[in-house]
Write a protein that binds this ligand. Structure first.
Ligand SMILES: NC(=O)c1ccc[n+]([C@@H]2O[C@H](COP(=O)([O-])OP(=O)(O)OC[C@H]3O[C@@H](n4cnc5c(N)ncnc54)[C@H](OP(=O)(O)O)[C@@H]3O)[C@@H](O)[C@H]2O)c1
Length: 247
């Protein structure tokens, strides 16, 4: 435990499980107060119990703009401001070209693209000079992955959002960066693996470090991007992938 985020107020969407939970836990261990979101109340309650008293939960679907308005109204009422936003909620499932449905496309883009855009845009009025925005991307933003084009397209889209947003935010002194995980052991990865036998072994073989990652390893990098340690890092995509997308 140290204090690189002492006194900071952070919002982590999709903070109830997986990577978001790993980030929220690390933020609190570094001194931050964290508001996590997600759609399932039971998972939110369990996460708050796990993270401790410096965490609270607000049930909100990032694809529903009224939910985001309610979230930020509550954050303003309870904390008055935001220092760090992690637009992390997201996910995807497998569908090959030829099998992609309109529903698959719309639901994936609604959460991963529209949700990220409005999570960030609606936070801005509450964000202070010196704030940090972190968007959870993916190695798929720059790689081709069989049966994963729709998901991969969402991650490529938000990667460019960040390049453009740092220009829109000129003068605000708010940094925006992408944290792009490779395969990380989370409920989502295990869910996709149920659709594709042998996926975890295959992914492990593609990672130069020879293993999949842990959510805490993304949490440690998020602390760096949230804190003053990264004060001149802006618009970057930082891969937390054991080298997978670099070879
Ligand atoms: N795991 C990996 O290998 C990996 C690799 C690259 C990138 N990523 C990215 O990392 C992020 C987190 O993934 P994960 O693996 O940690 O998944 P996860 O364990 O399934 O966690 C996803 C979190 O997001 C929440 N969520 C999902 N849809 C939401 C919505 N519409 N509104 C609000 N919250 C929502 C979930 O809670 P509810 O379901 O209750 O809403 C949960 O808290 C995603 O953006 C994913 O694309 C993951």
């Amino acid at each position: 435990m140290s204090n690189s985020l002492e006194g900071k107020i952070a919002v982590v969407t999709g903070g109830s499980t997986g990577i978001g939970l790993g980030i929220a836990k690390r933020f609190v261990s570094e001194g931050a107060t964290v508001v996590i979101t997600g759609r399932r109340q039971a998972e939110l309650d369990a996460a708050v119990a796990e993270i401790g008293p410096k965490a609270s939960a607000f049930r909100a679907d990032v694809a529903v703009l009224a939910d985001l308005d309610a979230l930020y109204a509550e954050v303003e009422r309870t904390h008055g401001r935001i220092d760090v936003v992690v637009a992390n909620a997201g996910g995807g499932s497998l569908a090959k070209l030829g099998e992609i449905t309109e529903e698959h496309f719309d639901s994936t883009f609604a959460i991963n693209v529209k949700g990220v855009l409005f999570t960030v845009q609606k936070a801005l009025p509450l964000m202070r000079n010196g704030g940090s925005v972190i968007v959870t991307g993916s190695t798929t933003s720059i790689m081709g992955t069989e049966a994963f084009s729709v998901y991969s397209g969402t991650k490529a889209a938000i990667r460019n959002f960040v390049r453009s947003w740092i220009l829109d935010l000129k003068g605000r002194n708010i940094r925006v960066n992408v944290l792009s995980p490779g395969p990380i052991d989370t409920p989502a990865l295990r869910g996709v693996a149920e659709q594709a036998e042998g996926l975890i072994d295959y992914l492990t073989s593609q990672v130069p470090l020879g293993r999949i990652g842990d959510a805490d390893e993304t949490g440690k990098v998020a602390v760096f991007l949230a804190s003053d340690a990264s004060s001149f890092v802006n618009g970057a995509e930082l891969f937390v992938d054991g080298g997978m997308a670099q070879v």
